[in-house]
Design a protein around this ligand. Structure first.
Ligand code: BGC
Length: 753
């Protein structure tokens, strides 16, 4: 089969450009040259102990005196979890003034979706399908965090997550490699500004490298079994995009893939990251992930764990303290080459120089007064929360009109100032949160009578009396707003669930409320996709918010009353039940896909013949479709797609496909649609996903407006790792859809020669 090697094409183009404009052996940027020579000069002066010190990250003990000696001896390259600017400066002063070489410390923290001003969790940001939201959120997070002296964050998490049981799906951008790549790259750019030397730039860390999201059974830290081809086609692309966006650092993941823990996986750390992608930043382990290789059964003791991770290509070790302890003897015994250590130190120093740490090691302690919770930060956080909300059902009750005079607000998430912030908000402060209850009261003022009876005080609450109280309070309302979902603690690291139904008595609350005959608008605030089929059935409308952050309440209030129009789309498939998992849109086809004559459990006749139900790939009880598909989300208006055509029927692999179509807003509100372009490679050297997202675009149209739109897709982006693990576009027939979600639309076909 004839193939086009895309890697080859882009390499040779890159090479030609370099030959044209640079003399031999001269790098493109002289600033880089200056940094490289500074790195080399410093490295020459360093003792082995000082080198290993740079490779050592400690977590602050909170006691400066306790850390003083270590720092003064040059044994600390980075500290995590210090957030007070005065203390950060004191620690830095010890490094700069008391250590022999005065190498500044890289101060780090998990700033995941905001420092003080909390943005929607990354999964929510992904629902906006708007990279500007991610970039601006990261920029603001960096401005706030650097104002106290934090120069390195452990974000973005670009792990593909196809199992909502996994609590950490909250931290990433969902199930799709392309969406995750775009949002992850935008986040990197936001943190790092135009240049790392910008005083408000914070080094990004692409994590967790790699495959962590494929954890067996959705249980955190568990093993994965991803083949090299799947790794390359699904799990690696967002990390590659992060390097292309300039991510300064990478973090290894906790999982062992096919028996090899990432922290000692030479293939991913050296072959892929360094040799294929030319990454020149540094790699840090996850929290004690080097040491944990002993429990994995991959290293007999700390010595072996240190040797294996250093040899695989880890540059800095997070908190295990094994490099400092074990590598001197390992080097002496020839188990680790000193060249490895020198390279690791080069990588770390390079990032420190790029960050301008040597020139500006200290932070101005007054900066924070202006930076934290600045008005424009709160405004941006609200915009992000508006764009992140997904309308999943609406029988017409939304947006609420002026006829609504009495509103009953119920449910444990209506006024949950801490929980609506979501996971990983070490520095978030719930007293700054605007809850839906507070925002609605403020927005409607005296025009609407608002009652509040939560019924359940937290999401796991099973109190039946509470349910009765809430129902009694809601009986006379024009509309009931039921705020349900998950407390922050139910998602995030190590917080996995075996059931995806609403916790506690929340489903019962919605069911009882619906019996009042009053319209129930259910507003979910959660950290993951939940299986809320019966709750949707009991609701007139359903608005889904992944933990929306500080300004979530205002965003939700405006969405409910139509001052803003929902535009979010699901970044993960919502399964009907846990039993359907794994369920994601970009699956491969079986040899027996569903044909439509399948018989589901309630319709099976007694003593049915063995082959009479349709011998295809489905569940007798749950069928084959999800509750809500990837990319799905409603609006208060209607969008219609028509006239999809391509500029040609046949393309060469180096040509660009132009998809032309018309989008019309046929409703009566101005609104934004997330247009999605999917392709399918009909026959290839390995089976390919039934659909793959290749482009998306947010398009805003006035009521009645029609727009002719063209989306361009270079045919090279149809490339994938084929039967020989070569990245190629294979010639043949393809299908292409443009639609408002991953399941609708009629495809057009084209050929690649
Ligand atoms: C998590 C990382 C995090 C690190 C530092 C680990 O437990 O897996 O994502 O960055 O802790 O707090």
């Amino acid at each position: 089969m004839k193939t086009f090697n895309v890697k080859h094409i882009s390499l040779s183009l890159g090479l030609m450009a370099m030959i044209a404009c640079t003399p031999k052996n001269v790098r493109l940027s002289s600033a880089d040259d200056v940094i490289e020579s500074r790195v080399e000069n410093l490295l020459k002066m360093m003792t082995l102990e000082e080198k290993l010190g740079q490779m050592n990250q400690i977590s602050s003990s909170g006691n400066i005196d306790e850390m003083r000696d270590l720092i003064a001896r040059g044994e600390v390259g980075s500290i995590l979890n210090e957030t007070d600017p005065e203390r950060i400066n004191q620690l830095q002063k010890i490094a700069v003034e008391e250590s022999r070489l005065g190498i500044p410390i890289l101060m780090s923290r998990d700033v995941i979706h905001g420092f003080k001003t909390i943005f929607p969790i990354p999964l929510g940001q992904a629902a906006s399908f708007d990279p500007e939201i991610a970039q601006e959120g990261a920029r603001i997070a960096a401005i706030e965090a650097t104002s106290v002296g934090i120069k390195w964050t452990f974000s973005p998490m670009v792990d593909i997550a196809r199992d909502p049981r996994w609590g950490r799906c909250a931290e990433g951008y969902g199930e799709d490699p392309y969406l995750t790549s775009v949002m992850g790259a935008a986040t990197v750019k936001g943190y790092q500004a135009d240049s790392l030397s910008d005083p408000t730039a914070m080094a990004a860390c692409a994590k967790h490298f790699v495959g962590y999201g494929a954890t067996e059974g959705g249980r955190d830290y568990n093993s994965t079994g991803i083949s090299e081809r799947q790794l390359r086609n699904v799990y690696l692309p967002p990390f590659k995009a992060a390097t292309e966006a300039g991510a300064a650092t990478f973090m290894t993941s906790f999982n062992d893939n096919d028996g090899v823990p990432s922290t000692a996986n030479k293939f991913i750390l050296d072959n892929v990251l360094r040799k294929e992608w030319n990454f020149d930043g540094f790699v840090v382990t996850d929290w004690e992930s080097a040491k944990e290789m002993i429990k994995h059964g991959f290293a007999a003791d700390e010595h072996e764990a240190a040797v294996k991770s250093a040899n695989a290509g880890v540059d800095m070790e997070m908190v295990s303290y094994m490099f400092v302890k074990e590598l001197p003897s390992a080097i002496k015994q020839g188990e680790v080459d000193i060249k490895k250590i020198d390279n690791a130190v080069r990588n770390i120093l390079r990032v420190k120089y790029r960050l301008g740490l040597f020139e500006h090691p200290y932070t101005d302690t007054n900066l924070k007064d202006k930076a934290l919770y600045a008005d424009d930060h709160l405004k941006a956080a609200k915009k992000a929360a508006v764009e992140s909300a997904v309308l999943l059902k609406n029988n017409g009750i939304l947006p609420l009109g002026s006829n609504i005079k009495k509103v009953a607000i119920v449910g444990p998430m209506a006024d949950a100032s801490y929980d609506q912030l979501g996971t990983w908000i070490f520095d978030g402060e719930s007293e700054h949160t605007v809850t839906p209850l507070a925002a609605i009261r403020k927005m409607v003022g005296n025009n609407v009578n608002v009652t509040f009876e939560p019924g359940l005080t937290y999401s796991r609450d099973k109190n039946k009396d509470g349910v009765r109280r809430a129902v009694a309070a809601a009986k006379n309302a024009d509309v009931i707003l039921a705020f349900v979902g998950e407390e922050a603690i139910l998602s995030g690291e190590a917080h996995c669930l075996a059931s995806l139904e609403l916790q506690g008595a929340q489903s019962e609350l919605i069911a009882e409320l619906s019996k009042t005959g009053k319209p129930v608008v259910t507003v979910v605030i959660a950290g993951r996709p939940l299986s809320i089929g019966k709750d949707a059935d009991n609701s007139a409308a359903l608005l889904y918010n992944f933990h929306p952050g500080t300004m979530g309440g205002e965003a939700i209030a405006e969405l409910l009353w139509g001052k803003a129009v929902p535009s979010g789309k699901l970044p993960m498939t919502f399964p009907k039940s846990v039993g359907q998992i794994p369920m994601y849109y970009a699956h491969n086809n079986t040899g027996r896909p569903v044909v439509g004559n399948e018989v589901l459990i309630d319709n099976i006749p007694l003593h049915a013949g063995q082959t009479s139900l349709g011998c295809t790939s489905f569940y007798l009880d749950e069928g084959w479709t999800p509750l809500y598909p990837f990319g799905f989300g409603l609006s208060y208006t209607k969008f219609e797609y028509s006239n999809l055509t391509l500029d040609k029927t046949t393309y060469n692999a180096n040509e660009t496909i132009k998809a032309n179509f018309t989008l019309a807003n046929t409703g009566n509100m101005e609104a934004t649609e997330v247009v999605q372009l999917y392709t399918h490679d009909i026959a290839a050297s390995v089976t390919r996903p039934v659909k793959e997202l290749k482009r998306f675009e947010r398009v805003t149209l006035k009521p009645g407006e029609k727009k002719d739109i063209t989306i361009e897709l270079p045919a090279q982006e149809l490339a994938f790792y084929n039967i020989d693990n070569q990245y190629v576009v294979e010639p043949g027939q393809f299908e292409l859809w443009v639609s408002g979600d991953s399941q609708s639309g009629t495809p057009v076909t084209f050929e690649v020669k």
